[in-house]
Every structure is written in C-alpha cells, then in structure tokens.
Design a protein around this ligand. Structure first.
Ligand code: THU
Length: 192
C-alpha cells in the first residue's frame, strides 16, 4: 500500500482546478515502517537521530509543508541562475523550518534550499526529520533534490519523505531510501 501510494501524483487541497482532489494522509503515508530507530548516532554532542515517526504525517501538515515551501521560494537569492527554490522541513516534534537557495558571486558557494532548511534546523538543535517539501517554478516537472542534497538529507536517516512539487500544487513523494539507494551514512563509519 505504502509503495503504491508513493508513486501517485496527487493534486492537493491548494489546487482548486476542475478534477483536482485532495490526497488523504492514508494515501500518502509518510513512513512505511513506524517507530523504527534508524541508527543511534551517539558520537559527538548532538542527540540521537531517530527519524522514525510516531504517526504518519497528516493531511493538514502536508498541506502546511506545501504552503511553506512555496512561500520560502519567494526569499530565494538566485541572481545568477534565476531559478528560485523553496523548501520546508518537518521535524519529529512538528516544527517546520523553511529554506531557500542562496547563491554567491563565487558560484560554487551557492547553497540549495534543502540544505539551507536542514542547516537552520540542525543549528537550532533539531536532527529528527519526518518530511521535506520542495518547490520551484518549473511547470513541466516535479522539482527533485540534487545529489549533494540527497546525501545531506541521508545523514539524518533513510526513512523520511520528500515531497517534490510543481507550481500547480501536484506532487510526488519518495523516501530518502528511494531517492538515494545503497547510500553511505553515519553508521557505515562504525563498521571498521
Ligand atoms: N537548487 C536548489 O536549491 N534545490 C534543488 O533541488 C535544485 C537546485 C538551486 C541551486 C541553484 O541555486 C539553483 O537552484 C540552480 O541550480
């Protein structure tokens, strides 16, 4: 059920066009396996990362994430690419951090919206994530996270969901595991 639903392309409640319908949380489970501890990251001075979810992300929270990432896109600093992106990151305890891409005249220093949101959250003490939504202005395709962002997301577990949207409010949702299979993460450093 979870796998089937993940590939669905849904219209959201924000989309009022004819034929649009709201996705229910039952159709879009955020996590196939609940209460599963991803790993115990006990090194260093930050809390354990357990991005397992006590309950699936509800419809209202998904709608909120979709709105917040669209809003965050308005803050994008992208004078070079002119490609604004917004992100909204939902933490395990229900807090939402927004992010936008922040470019630089020294091009490689630019940061994607997804990483901005993650860095904001981590710097405030949050490392347990349930979901992230991403928005861009691309009408034809769902915005997908770049490889670097997938790896940064993966640091915080594999069992959380990424909502990739179009401006019309439709989206697809995939887990980190689906976006970055056979990944390298913190637990691999403990294997030697
Ligand atoms: N960008 C993001 O912020 N997120 C993505 O998912 C894809 C790309 C940004 C990076 C850069 O500022 C601009 O979009 C063009 O690549």
């Amino acid at each position: 059920m979870a796998e089937r639903a993940r590939d669905q392309v849904c219209r959201t409640a924000l989309d009022t066009s004819p034929g649009a319908r709201a996705c229910t949380s039952a159709e879009i489970p955020v996590s196939g396996t609940m209460a599963q501890v991803q790993y115990d990251c006990s090194r260093g001075n930050h809390p354990n990362v357990t991005n397992s979810t006590a309950s699936p992300v509800g419809h209202e929270q998904i709608q909120l994430l979709l709105r917040v990432c669209k809003e965050a896109k308005k803050s994008a600093y992208c004078p070079y690419s002119r490609f604004p992106v917004g992100a909204a990151l939902l933490t395990g305890d229900g807090k939402i951090f927004s992010g936008c891409n922040v470019e630089n005249a020294c091009y490689p220093l630019g940061v994607c919206a997804e990483r901005t949101a993650i860095q904001k959250a981590v710097s405030e003490g949050y490392v347990n994530f349930r979901a992230m939504a991403i928005a861009s202005n691309t009408e034809e395709d769902f915005i997908v996270p770049c490889g670097a962002c997938r790896q940064v997301m993966r640091e915080f577990g594999r069992d959380w969901d990424i909502y990739m949207t179009k401006p019309d409010g439709t989206y697809i949702v995939k887990t980190l595991q689906e976006l970055l299979p056979l990944s390298f993460g913190p637990e691999d450093l403990k294997k030697f």
